[in-house]
Write a protein that binds this ligand. Structure first.
Ligand SMILES: [Zn+2]
Length: 86
């Protein structure tokens, strides 16, 4: 996958390398969660470009590899797109 993403440390909007993320941040800087079901949630990695303010969030890689969590998403959430809007 060769998509331009802020994850590389280079801002895809302004090209600056002044990019910061909160991965592994201390508990006081706690990462956010998105609830999938009562027992399951995503941990969010946030990236920000301090040059232009571009801000992007991703589900952390660990959660992307979690098949049970992904299956729960497919069960609980709507499939986006499929040629329709709304
Ligand atoms: Zn930027």
């Amino acid at each position: 996958m060769n998509v331009e993403t802020i994850k590389t440390g280079k801002c895809p909007v302004c090209g600056s390398s002044e990019v910061y993320d909160n991965r592994g941040a201390s508990p006081g800087n706690q990462r956010k969660f998105i609830t999938v079901s009562a027992a399951k949630s995503f941990v969010i990695d946030a990236y920000v470009c301090t040059a232009c303010g571009y801000f992007k969030e991703f589900i952390r890689d660990e959660d992307m590899k979690n098949e049970k969590l992904m299956n729960k998403v497919k069960e609980k959430w709507n499939k986006t797109g499929e040629g329709r809007i709304g």
